[in-house]
Design a protein around this ligand. Sequence first.
Ligand code: SF4
Length: 388
Amino acid sequence: MFNDVRSLYLHIPFCERKCEYCDFTSVAGATGSEAYMGALNAEVRRIGERLGPLALDTVFIGGGTPSLVEPALLAGLIATVRSTFSVTADAEVTMEANPSSITAGRARVWREAGVNRISIGVQSLETDALRFLGRVHDADRALAAVAEVREAGFTSINCDLIYAVPGLGDTRWRRTLERVVDAGPTHISCYELTVEAGTPLHARVRRGLVTPVDGVRSIRQHGIAVDLLERAGYAHYEVSNFALPGEECRHNLVYWRNGYYAAAGVGAHGHLPAAAAAAVGLDVAAGAVSVRYWHGRGIAAYGRAVRGGELAIAGSEPVGPGMREQERVMLGLRLREGVRIGASNLSEAHALAGLGLIAVDGDRVRATARGEAVLNQVTLRLVGDQAA
Ligand code: SF4
């Protein structure tokens, strides 16, 4: 029994249309979603056969747009998770949803199936920003969606927002934040718009049709979010994440605390301790503490592999003790609670604090706003390059 694997990520890759900036594993339309969900259920059961009935504290159904698939299929998936693993009584079960595929009726089915936290892709409440991003909803639909999931009984509600959108000035970014706060979610995530290679947005930037927002404005808009949300009572507990007391995302905290999690579904990434990785059939190099692994991005190939009795895992990377320490520090620096460092690193930590890049509290360190922009370099100075 693998007691240190207590989280499960499940990926559902269907969206109404592809957003301009998106490089997640997702496709436009729900064609084939029934067959895909069948394969996903099969993979979950196969993980259970190999790892045993893990006690799960967190389950995260992400995408893509999970809310787009038939609610009965989602309920079936959650039933499979519950019959395969031991989902703890107070487990956090999150599902991502987009405003355009939320209704109170659908949300009630999710709730009855056992989802107890909804993460809504609001992104903006400004019409031109939503259009620029390629989103299919408008501000009214986004706010109605928050009300509908609440009406269905959800009390833990996250809203995802994006800043540094070209054309979106500070005043209108602030207005989006204020209106979202008024809608009363318990958690708000604010992500900087990044231009990822291969996206339609990247092509427009390359052709000179779009100029990305410069770093100064981007940092300023992040600061606006921090000020406004902290004043509204949301704790800034991670670089991009804000929560009312007790409403931090427990699943994502597992990532940031460098914990372990199993994963199923096309494109899904997992991280398992060496013994669990061996049990699922991954190569475990001598000296590895853990293994990070990932699934391929093709939906048809995923279905074929799972039907053929496999887990559809496309690749894996062993994590040695040095890399594990480096990852622990880099991820932990993102958290307000910080991360513990050894006594031998304390003098370097104080030097970095002198540069305004980190804050030191006893043997714990965390990145400052300036340090967040250069996390890789801060980590390398703190723990050195131990990737080998
Ligand atoms: S809804 Fe999310 S996953 Fe789907 S295309 Fe847009 S950004 Fe990508």
